[in-house]
Design a protein around this ligand. Sequence first.
Ligand code: NDP
Ligand code: NHF
Length: 339
Amino acid sequence: MARVNIPSFTLNDGTKIPALGYGTWLGMDAKFEFSAEGMPQMMEALSYAIDIGYRHIDTAHLYRVEPEVGKIIDKKIKDGVVKREDLFVTTKVWHHFHREADVEVSVRGSLRRLNLDYVDLVLMHWPMSISQDGVDEKIDYLETWRGFESVLSKGLAKSIGVSNFNVEQMKRLLANCKVPPSTNQVEINLNLGQKELVDYCQANNVVVVAYSPFGTMVPSRSAPNSPEPKLNNPTMIAIGKKYGKSVTQVTLRYLYQRGIVSIPKTVTPSRVVENASIFDFELDKGDMETIAKFDNGFRTVRPFFWQDYQNYPFEKIPDKMEIPESLRIWKNGLNLDID
Ligand SMILES: NC(=O)C1=CN([C@@H]2O[C@H](COP(=O)(O)OP(=O)(O)OC[C@H]3O[C@@H](n4cnc5c(N)ncnc54)[C@H](OP(=O)(O)O)[C@@H]3O)[C@@H](O)[C@H]2O)C=CC1
Ligand SMILES: O=C1CO[C@H](CO)[C@@H](O)[C@@H]1O
């Protein structure tokens, strides 16, 4: 069986985060409901990933896969493949749970579903606070953060961080917290380099985690018309050839050399191996510069239907856009249960 050896970065609280993780968001199905279609394949792929050396799993209350992820973890521990302390499990608190006291309720719910005593990292999934029925609750993320600090002090999580925070929000949080966030998980890929945000986080000892690292290269429902580069981009292919690597491997290696953790999602076993086989080569300076030039600011995850909510982190789309029926589920609240 293939084996992969994944190095780690050190967080500002001293814990180590593996530089590559397994993403567990299955997306929405053809009816734009939460997809369970790919669940069996994903569970098999996750099981295989742990067998070959993945130790970092990225999940969330939102993804509705915590029970299945928990079952795989349990089996791997019982089978003696890993010990709990070898794994790095991240989950996230959805924005229905932003009152200080609700953070603990949400984390305890995740722990129950995952069947774990603690998670290694828990993130505030978004900076806005939106009720179950889509109302802008306008709860300051500083209040929510106090709930995270409390969850940390109770040992429910080893580390606490944020996701989808922009530079201004990071500055304000860092200036007003007792415990600084260890990580900021944001979209980063070849189209969206996020240089300013990455530089700011890294200068302030916050590790950046890249979600949707292939988000704009692989045809996706959320960004069907994303600009180049795609998987067949000649420049990327030529760089890959030079090192005997695929375009996706060059992409993940590029992020790693920028000091960024990646959490690609795949349900395909060969890609599980491919995505982690990036620690045996080094892109030279010229190739790093060439790849950086693809950055054009295009976002795959652009939830414009939240753009008028307080603390929406991204650039607003200037003209009022109709929200298609298919996206109303996001705007009107997601009805995430506690169990
Ligand atoms: N904090 C946040 O708000 C967000 C967090 N996330 C996290 O980030 C993870 C990754 O992001 P995600 O949006 O899923 O997208 P990714 O950028 O990881 O892309 C996933 C797609 O890429 C394909 N793929 C994976 N590896 C390869 C490969 N080697 N060659 C070709 N195609 C490949 C997958 O296909 P297949 O599965 O068929 O192999 C799938 O279609 C999520 O699963 C989730 O954990 C994601 C979005 C937002
Ligand atoms: O984690 C996530 C998965 O992707 C969704 C978009 O498709 C995001 O909204 C969400 O934050």
